[in-house]
Design a protein around this ligand. Structure first.
Ligand code: ADP
Length: 166
């Protein structure tokens, strides 16, 4: 079998994929920490046609770009189709994902195993959610905002400004 491109050496390009609908301070914490581990961290917004997002892919990448401006080695992109194909195109050897608790574990484990099968050598690196942000999800942010709550301490400024204007 030909060696997989994923099993290379050299600079570590890692992908942090997700819906980011919208990006929260929990995601940002992970991005900051992931950027310290990888030479380049590509935050990749999944264009998932089966989910009905609040923000378009362009809006989500725009907010992510603003929130991560000034972070060295961080890039924002989007993709559709298989993550492993996107990883191949971008020369990535690792996927970064966050674990908030047991409820994340089983799906994250299965995705990591599946991606490893689809592209041998592609590793998933799990970072524990920062203690401060373990409870936080994009879904909860959207629900609180819908009910008129203030989430200014939970999301980057650019996101809060957008949410307030909805
Ligand atoms: P997805 O639809 O792929 O789960 P999300 O945007 O909800 O997309 O999450 C992307 C990744 O970020 C997942 O690995 C998720 O576990 C992680 N994540 C989500 N919220 C937090 C948080 N508060 N702290 C750390 N990691 C998080």
């Amino acid at each position: 079998m030909a060696p997989s491109a994923a099993a290379g050496s050299g600079p570590l390009v890692a992908i942090y994929p997700g819906s980011f609908d919208p990006v929260t301070n929990g995601h940002l914490d992970l991005i900051r920490r992931g950027a310290k581990l990888a030479d380049r961290l590509i935050v990749a917004v999944l264009n998932n046609t089966s989910k009905q997002p609040l923000f378009s892919v362009e809006e989500r990448t725009g907010m992510l770009r603003e929130a991560t401006a000034g972070l060295d080695g961080v890039e924002v992109d989007s993709f559709d189709g298989l993550l492993v194909d996107f990883a191949e195109r971008r020369g990535a050897r690792a996927i970064v994902r966050g674990l908030r608790g047991i409820s994340d574990y089983e799906t994250e484990r299965d995705m990591a195993l599946l991606n490893g099968r689809l592209r041998p050598g592609l590793e998933t690196i799990f970072l524990l959610a920062g203690e401060e942000w373990r409870f936080l999800s994009s879904r909860m942010v959207k629900e609180v905002v819908k009910l008129g709550g203030d989430v200014s301490g939970l999301v980057p400024g650019v996101v809060w400004r957008r949410l307030k204007s909805i």
